[in-house]
Design a protein around this ligand. Structure first.
Ligand code: C2E
Ligand code: CA
Ligand code: CA
Length: 828
């Protein structure tokens, strides 16, 4: 159990001062004071009675608390004044010291306070004796003796005032002026009263010694009533304070409430430290109030452990001055209020403090809990549940804050490339895990200087507000890409993610959060299209997104008006050089915009659903062409690309079957090219459709192979006949050893599974030769022929000489004269 260490600095200072006082006091006692005899005043009491009287007067002190300090109106110098007349000086020192020691022990004052109090007495008393003796004549009777006694008492009180303020000044740095005013008034008043009482007592005892007892009784009664009154008044003040606290607790903003309560508890309990501890689902948060303000600190184990265990109040164990009570909410104990080290030298926390603190806890508990709920709702409203990052609402508030504060800001919109593939192939839980992993990395990268949030599936936003960052956001964006690029292992699969970042800057590109985001979005699409991965918004780019809208709207009309055509790209067998088939690829010649690449309009068609009609259209054209070629003696297989959307269409097999019948084409002359990710969008349904297509006798080919994630495992399960190595690997196989290795292993794998392996993107004779050496079956690429319209394809096919192709590798084509190549459509 970790008990908080009490004010170690204060304790050290107190001990040091005690040592000085004790040394000085003992010296004075042993040398000048010991030489002094008891005065012959006609009164004598036993030193032991003086010890008792000292204890009684200390015990019946009234505490007046003023500002941070407690001031005691205890008439502790009455025994001193009496003792000056009635016991020997050394006995007086010892009796006073013993009386105070016993009293301190009785109330279990901390050791350093006890040491200080007793040392103070050991110093005070001899000085008072010397002052008294210096002023009093031998007999010390009459007004002269009284004045001497008064001077001694004033001196004693002055010494304790100076000593106490020295401690305060040393530990807290300064003493308030109010404290000093109060203290001066206090010790003068008290000194006069004490002396007067003592002299009355001495004079009375001179007449009749037993009157001392009567006077003690009277004094004690008066003190008792005064104390009862003081307690009553304190209670009253406390009640008023609790009531006032209950009212004020609803004032601060919910998020400032714990701080407010901690400050109030410290003030009302007159504690050196006060704490509000709240238990959230995830852990504990502790607000600690000290003289210099409130801050959150790591919560200590004790007294929270004990509060939880007992579900009730805790009053500090021996030697530690602490009080703690539970905060209750609807779910039971939800936190704790605690106060440590009561200020002032008078007393420790007691049961009355427990009650006061419990009253405060009762007032604050419900409000703190509802504030906690409000905070949580606020937090939830502004944060993403999966990653805990800010969501768009939270980010927008940050952007507004910066803009209102007159700052500049750069907004980075980051979109993960091919995140959908991860989700589709590895499942949503792995997709989630990836997002969480990436968000943690982003947070670690951004630290306190940058704000990171997530605004949708795989879109993250980073806000830069630092002047340097805003002036040059591109390096930050580049670093972010690096952060994302480090590999992640999901279900044992090592994945390297990439991303595209669009950048927009306030106020240049947008005047509010929504404007900035929209511009960053435009830039992000530019980044995706380009290669750098990062793009800054350029006003001229807005037409790009406008273009997307226009294209999406016009695609349907283009289809109806016959502006969409099909181009054919031949594939050649590496074994005998013969053309095995052609891939059918859509072409859109737009009236104003010219050639629109399929990579631009196919995604639009997939989004609008028009892809279903487009696929039917291409199938129809391709099968018609295949039938015509067949009649002309060209035995070719037609490949058509199929989208994910088509694979969800359970009517596809019947529809294709009907088309085959209508064109009189055998199913084996049709190859459907599918991508793995399109299968993974809904594997069960896709599998069903694929099985039926395969059942008809249609060939199935896996397109863009190598770019998906679970390539190998799924390939075995799919009813496929062919695999096409993605052109990105083939294109760089000569320069990138890694890509070359991938090409080689796909060829080996395809071979072992009995699949036809097609390499696409074959642009030069060298890769043709290399692929032939590796045992690849079929090649397709610009090195052979570009995709060309049907007529040109027909001419090219007629001119093709397999023998020559084999003999001279791909050079047979590329070494043709420019004129001839043009004729063959090789330069299209
Ligand atoms: P894909 O299915 O991978 O088609 C191959 C793409 O690679 C074609 O681009 C082709 O022109 C290009 N290509 C062929 N040889 C080479 C080469 O040697 N070097 C280089 N750099 N590129 C080469 P294209 O025609 O622009 O088509 C792009 C993509 O659009 C296709 O990729 C396919 O995914 C999609 N697409 C095209 N037509 C259709 C269609 O009718 N239906 C569907 N669903 N998608 C289509
Ligand atoms: Ca294809
Ligand atoms: Ca491909």
């Amino acid at each position: 159990m970790a008990v908080p260490v009490a004010r170690s600095h204060t304790a050290r200072t107190a001990y040091a001062l005690s040592a000085v006082l004790l040394a000085a006091g003992i010296t004075l006692t042993l040398w000048p004071v010991r030489l002094l005899d008891r005065l012959d005043t006609g009164v004598a009491i036993w030193p032991i009675a003086l010890v008792a009287v000292t204890m009684l007067f200390s015990a019946s002190s009234i505490t007046v608390e003023f500002r941070r300090q407690a001031h005691t109106l205890s008439m502790t110098e009455i025994p001193l004044a009496i003792g000056l007349f009635a016991v020997s000086p050394v006995a007086l020192v010892l009796a006073k010291a013993l009386g105070h020691l016993l009293d301190n022990v009785r109330v279990r004052r901390p050791a350093y306070k006890t040491a200080f109090n007793v040392s103070l007495v050991v110093f005070q008393v001899p000085v008072a004796v010397l002052v008294f003796r210096a002023l009093a004549s031998a007999g010390a009777t009459g007004p002269r003796g009284w004045l001497a006694a008064a001077a001694a008492v004033v001196t004693a009180n002055l010494i304790s005032a100076v000593a106490i303020f020295t401690v305060i000044a040393l530990t807290q740095g300064r003493v308030g002026r109010g404290d000093l005013h109060f203290a001066v008034g206090e010790w003068l008043l008290v000194s006069v009263a004490e002396t007067a009482f003592a002299i009355v007592a001495v004079e009375a005892m001179r007449q009749e010694p037993w009157t001392g007892v009567l006077l003690a009784v009277v004094a004690l009664l008066v003190l008792f009533f005064a104390r009862a009154y003081a307690v009553l008044r304190d209670r009253h003040l406390e009640l008023a304070a609790v009531y006032e606290f209950g009212r004020s607790v609803s004032e601060p903003d919910p998020e400032d409430l714990p701080e407010f309560v901690a400050g109030k508890v410290r003030e009302l309990l007159r504690a050196e430290r006060a704490e509000v501890l709240l238990a959230y689902e995830g852990g504990l948060t502790c607000w600690q109030a000290r003289e210099d303000g409130v801050r959150t600190v790591a919560p200590a184990e004790w007294p929270w452990s004990e509060v939880v265990e007992s579900a009730g109040p805790v009053l500090g164990p021996r030697g530690h001055d602490a009080v703690a009570v539970p905060l209750r909410g609807e779910t039971g104990v939800v936190g704790m209020l605690a106060a440590y080290d009561r200020l002032g030298n008078v007393r420790r926390f007691n049961r009355a403090d427990v009650q006061l603190l419990a009253a405060l806890a009762a007032q604050a508990g419900a409000t703190l809990e509802s504030a906690r709920l409000v905070e949580r709702l606020r937090h939830e409203a502004a944060h993403d549940a999966l990653t805990g990052l800010l969501n768009w609402t939270g980010l927008r508030a940050r952007v507004d804050g910066v803009i209102n504060g007159g700052g500049r800001i750069a907004l980075l919109l980051m979109d993960l490339d091919r995140f959908k593939d991860v989700n589709d192939t590895l499942g949503h839980h792995n997709g989630d895990e990836l997002l969480v992993e990436l968000s943690e990395r982003l947070v670690a990268y951004c630290r306190d200087r940058r704000v990171v949030g997530r605004i949708g599936g795989d879109e993250f936003v980073v806000l830069l507000t630092d002047a340097g960052d805003v002036a040059a956001p591109k390096p930050v964006a580049a670093e972010l890409l690096g952060v994302v690029a480090a590999p992640v292992v999901l279900d044992g699969v090592r994945i390297e993610m990439s991303a595209s970042i669009g950048l927009a800057v306030y106020p240049e590109h947008g005047l509010d959060a929504a404007g900035l985001l929209q511009r960053a979005d435009v830039a992000m699409y530019t980044a995706k299209a380009g290669h750098g991965g990062v793009a800054m918004y350029q006003p001229s780019e807005d037409h790009v997104s406008a273009r997307r809208l226009v294209l999406a709207g016009e695609l349907r009309r283009a289809l109806d008006e016959g502006l969409l055509t099909v181009a054919y790209q031949p594939k050649a067998s590496l074994e005998d050089g013969r053309i095995t088939g052609v891939e059918s690829l859509l072409r859109w010649q737009h009236r104003e915009l010219g050639f629109v690449p399929p990579d631009e309009f196919i995604p639009l068609a997939e989004r609008t659903g028009l892809i279903v009609s487009l696929t039917t259209y291409v199938l129809d054209r391709a099968l018609g062409q295949t039938a015509r070629w067949l009649r002309d003696g060209l035995d070719l297989n037609a490949a058509v690309n199929i989208s994910a959307r088509n694979l969800l269409d359970s009517e596809l097999p019947d529809e294709i079957g009907a088309l085959l019948v209508r064109h009189g084409v055998e199913p084996r002359r049709l190859t459907l090219e599918i991508t793995e990710s399109s299968v993974m969008a809904d594997p069960e349904r896709a599998m069903d459709v694929l099985e039926r297509l395969h059942g008809i006798g249609i060939r199935l080919s896996v397109d863009d192979f190598g770019t998906g994630y679970s390539s190998l495992t799924y390939l075995k399960k799919l009813p496929v006949d062919e695999v096409k190595i993605d052109k990105s690997f083939v294109l760089s196989m000569a320069t990138d050893a890694g890509d070359a290795a991938i090409v080689r292993s796909i060829i080996d794998l395809g071979g072992s599974l009995g699949l036809t392996v097609v390499a696409e993107g074959v642009e030069d004779p060298a890769s043709w030769q290399r692929l032939a050496d590796l045992g690849c079956d079929v090649v397709q690429g610009y090195g052979l022929c570009r995709p060309v319209p049907a007529e040109q394809a027909t001419a090219w096919l007629r001119a093709w000489d397999p023998e020559q192709a084999i003999r001279r590798g791909a050079r047979s084509v590329t070494e043709l004269t420019p004129r001839r190549r043009l004729a063959l459509g090789n330069d299209l």
